[in-house]
Design a protein around this ligand. Structure first.
Ligand code: PLP
Length: 375
């Protein structure tokens, strides 16, 4: 579909092209290469942790991380249902059971009170997400994880650069996952990373990422036989992609600032609709990076509003349809959950287009068309 205003546009420049070209033109090392280590060092430096290991997607990164923590059959992991399905699926990949907990309405992240209720003797970990760029109640969740001796893994796929009082998401839990999929804060098409302060987890992740191979040297350029010491996958990020990531990272502050400015513009323009629209309203000292700009409206008007905007060439989307109500979890896995806030919110949310280069005229057009339906 050719949208007048799509959901997102990637922010890119000639430096991105140059960075990719440089690796391509080397005619070597398109898979493993120097840009991988450089990207990892830059990401860990930016987030403020000791280690970063990049992957070919956020999903494979999370899969590898759960394996690295030894989570598997007989274990339970608490996750939101109000998320991209991959958060829950990663738990299934390792043979463990995702247990859905409800969310709270301010951040759309896991509700600490409901998480407490979902803890059993089998619970091994909690995986909260920072929804659409807004930190969740991660400090409260950390306290719960510590009290119950649980692993806390942040799904920070959507929230690169978000922080609470300057402390970046990704530094609260034991480890965190980031995604560089095309609609994220910085994008490499596909790609992901794990950030952690644990050297042990970092070493395990390197093995899982690349066939269980002890990479004492570059496999593709050494004649030495390298040993295989555990089971592993090919979850590697290509170095062409890492080069693009490095170039994207150079622009991250600018990207976040533009997203925040645009979100503020929309907040102000939609503020006269108080009562009809709830605009994003993160708690004080929560630094939202607006990977998504999600509003809430009365469920009576939600679908009508989406249809009207679509007819005007404005794309919108429901982030998220609850995972526990998907065909797979409901019908195949026979999940039956009581998640009243998740189910209510998923009927009220509309995610509007949001990206750095969104123009004020485009936002005015969006607001004008929204008002037509709501009045
Ligand atoms: C909350 C959340 N978790 C996990 C993922 C998976 O990341 P990826 O698409 O890089 O595999 C995404 C990205 O779409 C996401 O939004």
């Amino acid at each position: 579909m050719n949208w007048k205003i799509p959901m997102f546009k990637i922010y890119w420049d000639d430096e991105d092209v140059r960075a990719v070209n440089k690796v391509v033109k080397s005619g070597m090392q398109w898979a493993e290469g120097l840009s991988i280590k450089e990207f990892e060092n830059k990401i860990s430096g930016y987030i403020g942790v000791k280690y970063c290991i990049v992957f070919n997607s956020g999903t494979s990164a999370m899969h590898a991380l759960l394996l690295a923590y030894g989570i598997g059959k007989g274990d339970e992991v608490i996750v939101p249902s109000f998320t991209f399905i991959s958060t829950a699926n990663a738990v299934l990949f390792v043979g463990a059971k995702p247990v859905f907990a409800d969310i709270e309405e301010e951040t759309f992240g896991l509700d600490p009170e409901d998480v407490k209720k979902k803890i059993t003797r089998k619970t091994k970990a909690i995986i909260p997400i920072h929804y659409g760029g807004c930190p969740c109640r991660i400090r409260e969740l950390k306290k719960i994880a510590q009290e119950h001796n649980l692993i806390l893994i942040e799904d920070a796929a959507e929230s690169f650069g978000a922080n609470i009082k300057g402390k970046k998401v990704g530094t609260f839990g034991d480890s965190a996952m980031i995604s560089f999929c095309q609609n994220k804060i910085i994008a490499t098409g596909e790609g992901g990373a794990i950030v952690t302060n644990s050297r042990q987890i970092c070493e395990k992740l390197k093995l899982i990422r690349s066939h269980g191979r002890l990479e004492t040297e570059d496999y593709f350029t050494t004649m030495k036989p390298l040993d295989y010491v555990s089971l592993g996958y090919n979850f590697r990020m290509p170095s062409v992609i890492a080069a693009l990531g490095i170039s994207q990272l150079e622009k991250v502050e600018n990207i976040i600032e533009m997203r925040r400015k645009n979100s503020e513009y929309l907040n102000t323009s939609l503020s006269q609709e108080t009562g009809r629209i709830m605009t994003p309203n993160p708690p004080d000292e929560y630094f939202h990076v607006y990977q998504l700009y999600t509003i809430k409206v009365n469920k009576k008007y939600r679908n009508k509003l989406m249809q009207h905007l679509a007819s005007k060439g404005i794309m919108t989307k429901v982030y998220f349809q609850p995972a526990h109500l998907s065909y797979f979890y409901k019908n195949k896995l026979k999940y039956k959950c009581r998640l009243p806030v998740t189910e209510k919110v998923s009927k009220e949310v509309i995610t509007l287009p949001m990206y750095p280069m969104l123009k004020s005229e485009e936002m005015d057009y969006m607001v004008k068309e929204i008002k037509k339906v709501l009045r």
